[in-house]
Design a protein around this ligand. Structure first.
Ligand SMILES: Cc1ncc(COP(=O)(O)OP(=O)(O)O)c(N)n1
Ligand SMILES: Cc1ncsc1CCOP(=O)(O)O
Ligand SMILES: [Mg+2]
Length: 210
């Protein structure tokens, strides 16, 4: 399997606003449990901004570096460039992909898509993977669209779009396998790990399903 597909297997996303415990501890436990990639997404109610956001990003990046886990920054092209992150993830309403391609020198560019039509519109040669969702209902992202179900993943694969893909939104131990069966290369998730009372065990349980 390709390096990027391996990397996407268990893609953990979080920011301080999502965590039950200290974010650095949460990330360390998730890494110990078997995540394969991390996205720093400091966003929403209670999120840090400015220097505090940058400092947290730097310390989480250090944890990733020490454990050979790719460190991806959500939305913030300036921060991703400043930190020389491994990747950046943007959505349909974020910085346009052309601008990201022209300004970001890291390895990976990810794009969110909600439908098969958006996946078809994506300039596949400019991006490394897509994040498809929300698949199931989520209370983590307040402005999330309606959940589409695993059918969207199936329909993207049926349309012969073979780009590496992760599902996102409401994914946990009970439904992770169905997302992979539908054709995704991995699952990305926030609360199933970040809000768990035992992030290490929660990660392990999900990893077993993949
Ligand atoms: C892997 C992955 N997939 C999708 C998203 C969602 O991105 P977006 O729609 O831009 O929403 P925000 O996360 O920015 O609120 C993601 N972050 N990661
Ligand atoms: C960032 C994002 N994009 C679509 S759903 C979502 C939130 C996923 O969080 P959770 O895994 O807690 O449902
Ligand atoms: Mg975004």
């Amino acid at each position: 399997m390709s390096k990027i597909k391996d990397m996407l297997t268990l893609y953990f996303i979080m920011g301080s606003q999502d965590c039950r415990y200290d974010p650095t501890f949460t990330l360390q436990e998730a890494i110990r449990g078997g995540i394969t990639c991390f996205q720093f997404r400091e966003k929403g109610e209670g999120a840090l901004t400015g220097k505090a956001k940058e400092e947290l990003a730097r310390s989480l990046q250090k944890v990733c570096r020490n454990n050979n886990i790719p460190f991806i920054v959500n939305d913030d092209l300036e921060l991703a460039s400043l930190l020389q992150a491994d990747g950046i993830h943007v959505g349909q309403e974020d910085t346009p992909i052309d601008t990201v391609v022209d300004n970001f020198v890291g390895n990976y560019i990810g794009l969110s898509v909600h439908t098969k039509e958006e996946a078809k519109m994506a300039s596949i040669e400019q991006i490394d993977y897509i994040g498809v969702g929300p698949i199931f209902s989520t209370s983590t992202k307040k402005d999330a669209k309606q959940p589409s179900g695993i059918e969207t993943i199936q329909s993207i694969r049926d349309a012969d779009i073979s780009i590496p893909m992760v599902g996102i939104g409401g994914i946990g131990e009970k439904n992770a396998e169905s997302v992979i069966r539908a054709g995704a290369n991995g699952v990305s998730l926030i609360s199933a790990i970040s809000k768990s009372d035992d992030p290490y065990k929660a990660t392990q349980m999900i990893k077993r399903m993949l």
